[in-house]
Design a protein around this ligand. Structure first.
Ligand code: HEM
Length: 476
């Protein structure tokens, strides 16, 4: 089934009204008009330039700046180091009454995403952990510099799969009760939205520091930090606690992803790497740490220097370390530290960066591009054959060597094929929800996949059948 790109009248009306709520998207109203116009034109331009460089044999997927003064080698498409550090513009308010850190109360919801938990703890999302489409988009752009299309797609996915399509709310953790949910219970087969904890939709295996839902001994806890994984991460960083040092950069985090992937294959008989929650979300999340948990400061020439040291990493993951190196995790206390600055808003990180992140991950370990899982025993991983899945249009080799092919593959498989299949199990009636998906998820992805007139031809695949042979693919 393919997704229509027409606009659902009911939903577009509420979304257009919602643009007033985006101070950083003052001239982004068109993005809500037909869903396909670019507001991140700088990102699109940078993406097209990258494609041209690539076609000309430019080699690297991402710009590798000269390593000067601790500068990063692997940078985002728009490199924050190209801009002067501007303390006024980049300082994030975590000092006012509204945004001071407050730990969650007993009835506040928190979940597996440290970025979202932190935003709720600083009052950028509702402190009770139930947010809305517009608030979520504004918060991740304003606090972290997430590009608009990426912010829209991330939030819209949460609304559709984990939230309430009718009032556009969603939960950053588990279910949020049925009061005020109105007619959504009539639309959903399972009666109430489950929040982003739900396994194998958004949440996936081989996460950074959380256990796999079906891993032996995990008791289905895919939400809390598992300290041995966190220790592995610190070890990869040489346990280097030097303040201000850029230890946890993109390359290190993607190496950590590769380690985690193999660990899951070797320990979880039901390991499953889905096309969205696994391939895209858990890999992107590794990169999010390097890009968004990072602090920013001025280098010796006044340009922006982005860095992630141990101190900021610990606070982001709600972990403390005592003088003997003992780690303690306090669930739900993720926070930003005083003196934290986000990346320059001119250097937003977008959907295009996610595609390049996957290619960089595959450079470290090509298995990271595979969709598939174990067969009920450890170390029995088989991946779905890309050729079979795409009717021969692509193979792993073409994906590994062509960012446009990969973006088209992700769009066709992850959005056009997978979303309607999964929605079929969640909703009793699909019309309205497919309209919403077409505009708010398919729209941004299609823009990347077809940029520069890339044809991105559709192909027929049977992803449902491909998933069915993996016992760990069950949605919980
Ligand atoms: C609407 C926006 C977002 C949604 C819906 C979302 C959702 C999720 C979900 C479902 C997971 C669990 C994935 C897994 O199984 O590993 C996750 C993990 C994660 N997210 Fe987010 N996220 C969002 C934005 C962000 C942002 C802005 C950041 C960074 C500031 C971030 C950082 C992370 C990290 C680091 C993890 C991995 C946690 C771990 O494995 O220990 N996310 N997110």
């Amino acid at each position: 089934m393919k997704i229509s790109l027409s606009i659902g009248a009911v939903l577009s009306a509420s979304l257009i009204a919602g643009t007033q709520a985006f101070p950083h998207f003052a001239n982004r109203a068109e993005a809500f008009g037909d869903g396909l116009k670019s507001e991140d034109s700088e990102l699109t331009k940078a993406w097209l330039k990258k494609i041209d460089e690539f076609k000309a044999g430019g080699g690297d997927y991402e710009k590798r700046a000269d390593s000067n003064g601790g500068g990063r080698k692997l940078t985002a498409l728009i490199n924050p180091a190209n801009f002067k550090f501007n303390a006024d513009e980049q300082l994030v308010d975590i000092y006012s009454e509204a945004h001071r850190f407050q730990p969650p109360g007993p009835n506040d919801i928190r979940g597996p995403c440290p970025g979202l938990n932190l935003l709720a703890n600083h009052g950028y999302l509702n402190r009770n952990g139930v947010t809305t489409l517009t608030q979520g988009i504004d918060a991740i752009n304003r606090v972290f510099g997430v590009g608009y299309d990426l912010a829209l797609a991330l939030n819209a996915y949460a609304v559709v799969f984990n939230g309430n399509l009718l009032d556009l709310t969603w939960s950053i953790g588990g279910p949020y009760g049925s009061s005020g949910l109105g007619a959504i219970t009539n639309l959903l087969t399972n009666s109430e939205p489950k929040g982003i904890n739900a396994h194998n939709i958004y949440e996936g295996d081989a996460s950074i520091v959380r256990q796999d839902y079906y891993a032996p001994g995990a008791n289905h806890d895919n939400v809390h930090v598992y300290l041995p994984y966190f220790e592995d991460l610190l070890k990869l960083g040489g346990n280097d606690a030097t303040e201000g040092k850029d230890v946890y950069n993109a390359e290190l985090m993607l190496q950590h992803k590769a380690n985690r992937w193999h660990e899951s294959v070797a320990t979880n008989p039901l390991f499953f790497n889905s096309a969205f929650g696994g391939l895209v979300v858990t890999t992107a999340a590794e990169r999010f740490v390097a890009e968004f948990a990072a602090n920013n400061t001025a280098d010796e020439n006044g340009y922006n220097r982005i860095y992630l040291d141990e101190k900021n990493l610990l606070a982001f993951f709600s972990v403390t370390k005592d003088a003997n190196g003992k780690l303690t995790y306090t669930p739900g206390h993720e926070r930003l530290l005083d003196g934290w600055y986000r990346r320059p808003l001119a250097a937003q990180f977008g959907l295009e960066d996610i595609v390049l992140t996957l290619l960089n991950a595959a450079k470290i370990d090509p298995s990271l591009l595979s969709v598939g899982g174990n067969a009920g025993q450890v170390n029995t991983f088989t991946g779905v054959n890309v050729g079979d899945l795409t009717g021969g249009v692509y193979n792993l080799e073409t994906l590994l060597n062509n960012p446009q092919a990969l973006s088209c593959y992700l769009y066709q498989i992850g959005v056009e094929e997978l979303i309607p299949t999964q929605l079929g199990g969640l909703y009793k009636v699909l019309g309205t929800v497919l309209d919403f998906v077409g505009k708010n998820i398919a729209g941004p992805w299609k823009k990347v996949a077809t940029a520069g007139n890339n044809p991105c031809d559709s192909f027929n695949s049977n992803i449902k059948e491909a998933y069915a042979k993996y016992p760990g693919s069950k949605i919980e």
